[in-house]
Design a protein around this ligand. Structure first.
Ligand SMILES: Nc1nc2c(c(=O)[nH]1)N[C@H]1C(S)=C(S)[C@@H](COP(=O)(O)OP(=O)(O)OC[C@H]3O[C@@H](n4cnc5c(N)ncnc54)[C@H](O)[C@@H]3O)O[C@H]1N2
Ligand code: MOO
Length: 417
């Protein structure tokens, strides 16, 4: 049984999924143009230039523990008097000869000290002298100046996407602005006479436009500016007008629906009129009628266009596996390699004919190692399983899934980056 309840069509002339992904990556060209933004605005942006370390990191030798700093050679059975107190934020002090320093995590190591003993390994006698339990080696519990990074070294390369850790790294060097690649403007439109906006009244047969909501959220997550062109009727004249606008105002056009073979599917002929198609049709389920095209003279000189299938899960999977790497390269970064590894199936299922299938699954860890279970109905119109899924179990064309056997698994979290 096919997941969508319809008879499976044996497909030919479709591109292999991984070939198609390779073609998407090869076809993408980074945009030019950059802007300087405040660090507070820089999350999810892509660095346009290398950022060098502004400081040695750590900036001074300092303590990794709350404890006592000492000269190891002065350790004695009589204990050491506490001659100094060094809180975090204190300047660099000198350790008086024959004494130790009370010190706190991150506080500058006093000059002369060569080890720190954590307070749990210390006793103070009734004269206030510090005694150490156990062994202590030179350099113990000291974080050395520059041990992580030296001033002038490469901190983050051009093309790095700024996630929370990268932003924190920049902040730790006192950097409050960065030069980032300008945001991609992506024109987004849905096609279909049945589509209506969420929040409006519906008559039977009408369908709420979920793909624009889906892709709007995905584009936002990917750090793109969305030029929302709304729902366009399945009519050549309307599509022609919308694509004309998108071509002039966007770095990329993404449309959904009307990309299959029915006579109501007008997207392809209009793209061919205004530009061309690089490829159409991928041996994947869901997501088969995926197309890469362009508006203008060529893929490189014109505005690239990605046509995603109307079925919502087909649009989602087409974005994650094919459109996202294209966007990543266009944003000036590298396409993230596809992460996949074997996971055992906890179910059996007839295999897809002629297409590689991406089953929406959840991982069950009850037995200690993960077992993939179907997240729900697998029809490419069924968003509920897609919204529950942890990942895709990738089943090769014409292969049956057998419970207890391992198949490649692609975690969905990788597509959020
Ligand atoms: N004879 C054939 N029919 C179909 C084939 C085929 O090879 N031969 N392929 C099927 C596959 S696979 C898919 S996927 C769909 C994709 O078709 P289209 O991209 O042309 O999409 P539509 O026909 O416009 O719509 C399909 C389906 O999705 C719903 N839809 C469309 N847009 C949205 C939206 N923005 N939000 C929510 N739902 C949407 C639409 O109402 C339809 O139910 O074609 C198969 N057919
Ligand atoms: O199987 Mo389609 O590719 O329904 O998405």
């Amino acid at each position: 049984m096919s997941g969508c309840g319809c008879a499976e069509v044996v497909t030919s002339g479709l591109l292999d999924l991984f070939d198609a992904r390779g073609r998407m990556i090869a076809a993408a060209r980074p945009v030019t143009g950059s802007e300087r933004v405040a660090l507070a605005e820089a999350a999810r942006r892509v660095l346009a230039e290398d950022v060098l370390a502004a400081l040695d990191m750590p900036g001074v030798d300092n303590s990794a523990m709350d404890g006592y700093a000492l000269r190891l050679a002065e350790r004695s059975d009589q204990g050491l008097p506490v001659a100094l107190r060094v809180p975090a934020g204190a300047g660099v002090m000198h350790l008086p000869a024959g004494g130790c320093a009370r010190i706190f995590t991150g506080a500058p190591l006093p000059l002369g000290a060569d080890a720190v003993v954590p307070q749990e390994r210390v006793t103070l006698d009734d004269r206030g002298r510090m005694h150490i339990e156990g062994e202590l080696t030179e350099g113990a519990n000291i974080r050395r100046r520059g041990e992580e990074t030296r001033e002038g070294e490469l901190l983050l390369p051009a093309g790095a996407r700024l996630d929370a850790a990268a932003i924190a790294l920049l902040a730790s060097h006192g950097i409050d602005e960065v030069v980032v690649v300008r945001r991609l403007t992506v024109a987004l439109l849905s096609t279909g006479d049945e589509l209506i906006e969420p929040g409006t009244a519906r008559v039977p047969g009408q369908v709420y436009d979920s793909n624009r909501a889906l892709l709007g959220a995905l584009l936002d997550q990917a750090g793109c500016e969305v030029l929302d062109l709304g729902v366009i009727a399945d009519a050549r004249v309307d599509l022609h007008q919308a694509f004309g606008l998108a071509r002039d105002d966007a770095d990329l056009v993404i449309c959904t629906g009307g990309v299959s073979v029915g006579e109501e599917d007008h997207v392809r002929p209009v793209i061919e009129r205004l530009g061309g198609i690089a490829f159409h049709g991928v041996a994947m389920k869901p997501g088969k009628p995926f197309a890469l095209g362009y508006l203008g003279d060529s893929l490189q000189a014109g505005t690239p266009l990605i046509a995603l299938p109307g079925n919502p899960v087909a649009s989602l999977v087409g974005w994650q596996l094919l459109a996202l790497p294209f966007v990543q390269v266009r944003q000036g970064r590298e396409a993230a390699p596809l992460q996949r590894f074997p996971v055992t199936a906890g179910f059996s299922r007839r295999g897809p004919r002629g297409r590689r299938e991406l089953l929406r699954v959840v991982l069950d860890w009850a037995a200690g190692t993960p077992v993939a279970r179907l997240a729900g109905g697998q029809g490419s119109h069924m968003l509920s399983a897609a919204s529950q899924a942890h990942g895709y179990l990738v089943v090769d064309a014409n292969q049956h899934v057998e419970e207890g056997h391992a198949y490649q698994y692609c975690p969905i979290a990788q597509f959020l980056d």
